[in-house]
Design a binder for this molecule. Sequence first.
Ligand code: OGA
Ligand code: MN
Length: 298
Amino acid sequence: MSIQYRPITPLIGAEVDLDLRHPITPAQAADLHAAMDRYAVLVFHHPEALTNEQHMAFTLALGPLETTQRNAMRETSGDFRIPDAFNDVSNLDGKGNPYARDDRKRLFAIGNRLWHSDSSFKVIPAKYSLLRAVRIPSKGGNTEFAHMGAAYDALDDETRQLIEPLVCEHSQLYSRDLIGFREFTEEEQRRFAPVRQRLVRTHPGSGRKSIYLSSHAGKILGWPLPEARLLLRDLTEHATQREFVYSHRWAVGDLVMWDNRQTMHRGRPFPAEQARDVRRTTIAGDAPTMAQAQPLAA
Ligand code: OGA
Ligand code: MN
């Protein structure tokens, strides 16, 4: 039986009727990949809740995990609540209590409230992310997604030509700098050394071009820094206009899967004293964006 998709907005997102508690077939996996190419974000409502094992089995049916999953700050503190291969995106410490408002790990983590694409600070950035809600706050805490292919299509020709050959540097140091989080140890600075990404990338599934933006992008090679930051800011403003965005309001049990190669996303604020337990698996990308064809010289 074929899988049914209900588009959420004209440009991005679809809800899917599929019970993820049972293994999916290779044909269903192929169908889901095609739907990801088309909708970029798929939403699975799961009021009967999934286990970590079911979440992981579904992930592995779609591709191999990205390595070095763990939240960079939890790694040094030992605040682990969930299995190793998951990324703990919750606001909870190792004992399951919300971090204090001024906890450094919390303040680093809320950098994901800036628009970004997962792992854009890695040479081979992530393909899909799959985020599941186990506990949600009484208000706030939506996750928003913006379609970078649709945003590219809406650029004028002059801007397309301007950005086509550009290469950015991405680092978690740059995204945290934007929110005034600047105190990093030397070891952290080494760990967060910038990587290069093309500003325009081509989606391998659809052949569609997109603007590869992320708050981790902090430099454009060959450009003066303030001018680079201003262009990135203008592009981000353009790409996150409401028509390109879907805002997901979580229900317990939801699993949302997005394609980092053609979207950006961000978390929205919620009361700091409430628990928000969301857990992520991440499917590895297969090539550096720098390996994509160089545009022909003009
Ligand atoms: C993520 C992320 C935002 C949120 O899981 O990669 O950015 O709303 N999450 O939790
Ligand atoms: Mn993210």
